[in-house]
Design a protein around this ligand. Structure first.
Ligand code: URA
Ligand code: SF4
Length: 251
């Protein structure tokens, strides 16, 4: 599978787990080959199975509203799922289905090489940050195996509960700032330039009530009083909830 289109072609013919038997259409995922942002959901629901496209039902409408709130559209991002075929009655995917399907998402990530991966909900979050609750890890950037991961609760949860909707909206609002920082970091600019640019976005401490970018990226209500003295993305603030080996807490 050498291109995203080729991954989609293989997924459309896949029979590697039981989910293939109940599908109308597989839902490989969609978006531009050069998307900077990859969203990973759980699996297709009723509407996605009918149309063969990810996030086209009510959760998809909410996702589009959220993208619009940060000045983006779904055409600019890549949207994929943990499993590519709809689990019957929208049940949760089981571990054997997730593991049968993971080769496709793995390849999509390699081919896309996104600047930032947004995991939507507990299943895609657990792929990168296993064994921790989404409510604990959401809204904080981590580096896991060289990838930048930003977990957010699933949009469907936001449709059910107002407090979750607020949390999702808050986390979405952090995305443009994260992209700015990650773009600077990935620029092949001189080290001097990088340090100056990065430092100026983090070290300015505007008077209240303006929140600095650094404050924005911290957990709600717990603004970081002291920005780190050097590379803000690699240095981690002290946190009780330690990342697992191989993971880095970034904000
Ligand atoms: N929920 C998901 O997790 N993925 C979809 O594609 C649609 C709804
Ligand atoms: Fe294949 Fe994934 Fe569909 Fe299972 S869910 S049949 S592994 S594409």
């Amino acid at each position: 599978m050498d291109t995203l289109a080729e991954v989609a072609r293989v997924v459309n013919g896949c029979t590697d787990c039981h989910l293939h038997a109940g599908r109308t259409n597989a839902v490989p995922g969609e978006g531009p080959d050069a998307a900077e942002l990859l969203f990973i959901g759980e699996g297709p629901g009723f509407h996605e199975d009918r149309q063969g496209r990810p996030f086209v039902g009510p959760a998809g409408n909410f996702l589009e509203d959220l993208l619009q709130s940060i000045g983006m559209t779904r055409e600019q991002v890549y949207i994929a799922n943990m499993v590519k075929c709809r689990p019957p009655d929208n049940r949760d995917p089981v571990p054997s289905e997730i593991s049968a399907c993971s080769k496709y998402l793995d390849r999509q990530i390699e081919l896309l090489n996104p600047l930032l991966i947004i995991t939507l909900g507990r299943f895609s979050t657990a792929r990168f940050i296993p064994g921790q609750s989404i409510s604990r890890v959401r809204g904080r950037l981590r580096r896991v195996s060289g990838r930048h991961i930003f977990p957010i609760m699933h949009p469907a949860a936001g449709l059910r509960r107002q407090e979750m909707r607020v949390a999702i909206e808050e986390d979405f609002a952090k995305i443009p700032g994260l992209l700015d920082v990650l773009r600077i970091q990935s620029e092949p600019a001189s080290e001097d330039h990088q340090i100056r640019e990065t430092a100026s976005s983090f070290e300015a401490s505007p008077p209240e009530p303006t929140r600095s970018l650094w404050d924005m990226l911290g957990p709600p209500g717990q603004a970081h009083a002291t920005p780190p003295s050097h590379d803000p993305v690699v240095d981690q603030p002290e946190e009780p909830n330690e990342p697992l080996p191989g993971q880095q807490r970034l904000f």
